[in-house]
Design a binder for this molecule. Structure first.
Ligand SMILES: [Zn+2]
Length: 74
């Protein structure tokens, strides 16, 4: 029995993957993120995200009435 060895030879495949520069986008405002505040674009957005946590969005609900003595409308 003579087996043929399928010799594929020295096929050097060029890697077709281009290096994509993926810009991280700020999850808050979708601007490109700054390394300094990654993954956010700025301290403001980092704080905004932190604010979501502190706001109770992800926290445990409480019976207490929220005390809105400072409005951050702007
Ligand atoms: Zn942002």
């Amino acid at each position: 029995m003579s087996e043929k060895t399928a010799n594929s030879g020295n096929v050097v495949k060029l890697n077709p993957n281009k290096k994509k520069v993926l810009a991280k986008l700020c999850p808050i405002c979708a601007k490109s993120a700054a390394d300094e505040y990654s993954p956010f674009c700025s301290r403001r957005c980092a704080n905004a995200d932190l604010g979501n946590w502190l706001d109770g969005k992800y926290g445990v609900p409480t019976d207490e009435t929220p005390d809105f003595d400072h409005n951050d409308d702007d």
